[in-house]
Ligand binder design. Structure first.
Ligand code: GLP
Length: 255
């Protein structure tokens, strides 16, 4: 695992965007696994800026997103479909027919999840998967206790996740209770993984997930077993990590 320590949110965003942009430059027809939430917004902004400068070309890129709320239409401003279009897809020259998210409006959960898994397999898997980190260690919407061997599946969101995401909705009652998410097996099959984390409120979970035992109670802990994971985090998010372990794990990283 490589750990890149960033000064602050902007620095973290730039470092994360650098890694994504290197992936696109090295393999223009790559498959990017993308994430939503507040954390990746700055990285997407940076990618858009580099695109406008002429430094990046998305014309051959395919994307698959981690997750989508169940029962929320694509037109709704709270949908992850809307988020991705707003923050990235409509601002770069990506072919929209090659941007995929689970279909939150498919009421048949099994069908929605199987279709999405099929899409991911048909495009040859994911070259680089971007992840944020939930306060309870969730990645995508894989909540604590989830089985590690799942592909796309329907999840019931934990109270903590509902509370954390209510800032995007008029009230807590409006937050969907379920979502379709790539499973841990899908995420672990990505050839490279980039985790972006920011803020003191994530310090404890960063420590638990990356330095604690690997357990389904902390879904992100499984990332310790992937052979190509890069964590880009600001100083605050890394503040509870043991210094020695940090340096040891940083092999090749820029600390
Ligand atoms: C949501 C998303 C996750 C994301 C997490 C953290 O639950 N499903 O993919 O990583 O929020 O979000 P934030 O970056 O806003 O802290």
């Amino acid at each position: 695992m490589k750990i890149y320590k960033a000064k602050d949110y902007n620095d973290m965003s730039r470092k994360a965007a650098n890694i994504i942009s290197a992936q696109i430059i090295m393999k223009p027809d790559c498959v990017l696994g993308l994430a939503t939430g507040s954390t990746p917004v700055g990285a997407y902004r940076q990618l858009v800026e580099w695109y406008h400068k002429g430094d990046l070309d998305f014309s051959e890129v395919t994307t698959v997103n981690l997750d989508e709320y169940r029962g929320i239409s694509r037109e709704s401003s709270q949908s992850y479909y809307y988020f991705m279009n707003r923050n990235l897809f409509e601002k770069v020259n990506i072919d929209k027919s090659r941007t995929f998210l689970p279909d939150g409006m498919d009421p048949d959960a099994e069908h929605a999840c199987e279709s999405y898994t099929r899409i991911i397999h048909s495009i040859g898997g994911i070259d680089l998967q971007l992840l944020g980190l939930g306060h309870n260690g969730h990645i995508g919407f894989n909540e604590p206790g989830i089985a590690f061997e799942k592909e796309t599946h329907c999840v019931t969101l934990s109270e903590r996740t509902i509370k954390a995401n209510m800032r995007f909705f008029p009230s807590e009652g409006d937050v969907p209770r379920q979502a379709y998410t790539m499973g841990i097996k899908t995420i672990m099959s990505a050839r490279r993984i980039l985790v972006a984390v920011c803020g003191e409120d994530k310090a404890e979970i960063v420590h638990t997930a990356f330095f604690g035992p690997v357990t389904p109670q902390v879904p992100a802990s499984i990332l310790q077993l992937h052979n190509d994971v890069t964590l880009v985090a600001d100083e605050a998010a890394l503040s509870e990590c043991p210094k020695d372990a940090l340096y040891q794990m940083a092999k090749g990283g820029l600390l």
